[in-house]
Design a protein around this ligand. Structure first.
Ligand SMILES: Nc1ncnc2c1ncn2[C@@H]1O[C@H](COP(=O)(O)OP(=O)(O)OP(=O)(O)O)[C@@H](O)[C@H]1O
Ligand code: SF4
Ligand SMILES: [Mg+2]
Length: 351
């Protein structure tokens, strides 16, 4: 996938989305009086910036808070704490009426292309709905606009009057994407956009997202549970574990020198096509299940499953710090970390 390899470095571009210390605690209540007895700490202090034209991949196992993060950014959920700043506007607690115009600029693509499409509506009605809801009149009428978008996402514009069930899974996800694009959004949050699709179709949809990004200058946050899906499309990748970001780095840096033990474990679960490279990689198996976010482990939340865990990991939370340029990690004993004290030329040669 060469197109993205030369995707320019966006580090100088304007920040479109800034997420700062974002939290979502879902209260757990008990009894008739619905007394609060605890909280599911689904997202617990997440911070990152996304620049214009950039793709941030958000990965982690089921339940780590990826979807919740996406829903908080698009304000489908109200944050418990922290801040969401979009194009310089603090939208964290903006009222529904004030946020409506911004909704056009921020759209979400969901995992299941079928359940998010109304089976009784034609493709024309589905893709055209955003125009009607927002009261937008296009110059040549909605039908022409919808047909243009269908063409853009690789669907036959003649199929305007067909129903979702007449399309394959991959085509339905294209319909979902077409609907999202109808309002020319600036930011798209795609929540597992290809997980429900056949592996053979996944690459096509990922390529489509990539082409659309170049053509329409879109900014993406793409949520996935494994690292392979977002490998080519992401400029930067954030790895989440139990409501927190444990590692955040440029794509190349993350894949070449993963530092957090959890990232290493996720990485070793990704098949490597090249047998020469496969040989020198140890396969790490993660022990046990993800603990409950209702009662997360103390300090480093990964300590119950980490093979490098020491006493300090249970008592002192490792902060997310930049250990290499544009490479942040939250771990007391990171892998692959540059050691400035010992990085003498002699050490480099003998390594
Ligand atoms: N409305 C809710 N009320 C209570 N708990 C919730 C709610 N929504 C999500 N959770 C919990 O918050 C945690 C994070 O959920 P979330 O859906 O964000 O995870 P995810 O990373 O998207 O997982 P998956 O890969 O399975 O989609 C989970 O423990 C989930 O059960
Ligand atoms: S801080 Fe400790 S437990 Fe956590 S990932 Fe690092 S080594 Fe493992
Ligand atoms: Mg999810």
């Amino acid at each position: 996938m060469t197109s993205h390899e030369d995707h320019d470095d966006r580090s100088g571009a304007e920040v479109l989305l800034s997420v700062q210390g974002l939290q979502k605690h879902f209260p757990v209540t008990k009894g008739l009086l619905r007394r609060q007895v605890g909280a599911v700490k689904a997202v617990d202090g997440v911070s990152f910036d996304v620049r214009k034209g950039e793709t941030l991949g958000l990965v982690g196992e089921s339940g780590c808070g990826k979807s919740t993060t996406g829903r908080l950014i698009t304000r489908l959920l109200e944050p418990t704490g922290g801040k969401v700043v979009f194009e310089g506007h603090d939208i964290t607690h903006m009222s529904a009426s004030r946020i409506r115009p911004l909704r056009r600029d921020m759209q979400m693509i969901f995992q299941d292309p079928y359940s998010s499409l109304n089976p009784r509506h034609t493709v024309g009605a589905i893709v055209g709905a955003p125009f009607r809801i927002q009261g937008i009149k296009t110059e040549q009428g909605t039908k022409k606009a919808v047909q243009d978008i269908l063409e853009l996402v690789g669907l036959n514009p003649e199929h305007y009057n067909r129903y979702p069930h007449e399309f394959s899974g991959g085509q339905r996800q294209r319909i979902g994407i077409a609907r999202t694009l109808a309002l020319k959004p600036k930011l798209i949050i795609a929540d597992e956009p290809v997980s429900a699709l056949d592996v053979s179709i996944q690459a096509q949809v990922v390529n489509l997202l990539e082409d659309l990004q170049n053509e329409l200058d879109l900014t993406y946050v793409i949520v996935a549970h494994d690292l392979s899906v977002i490998r080519h499309i992401s400029d930067r990748v954030a790895v989440m574990y139990l409501g927190k970001i444990v590692e955040l780095a440029d794509r190349k840096s993350l894949y070449d020198t993963p530092m957090h033990p959890y990232t290493n474990a996720l990485m070793s679960a990704v098949p490597i096509p090249d047998p020469a490279r496969r040989k020198d990689r140890e396969r790490i198996r993660l022990q046990g299940d993800v603990p409950s976010p209702l009662n997360p482990p103390s300090a480093c939340r990964f300590h119950t499953r980490c093979w490098k865990a020491q006493e300090v990991c249970k008592t002192v939370e490792p902060p997310l710090v930049e250990l290499a340029p544009r490479h942040q990690v939250a771990c007391h004993f990171p892998e692959n970390a540059p050691e400035p004290d010992r990085a003498t030329p002699a050490a480099t040669v003998s390594a």
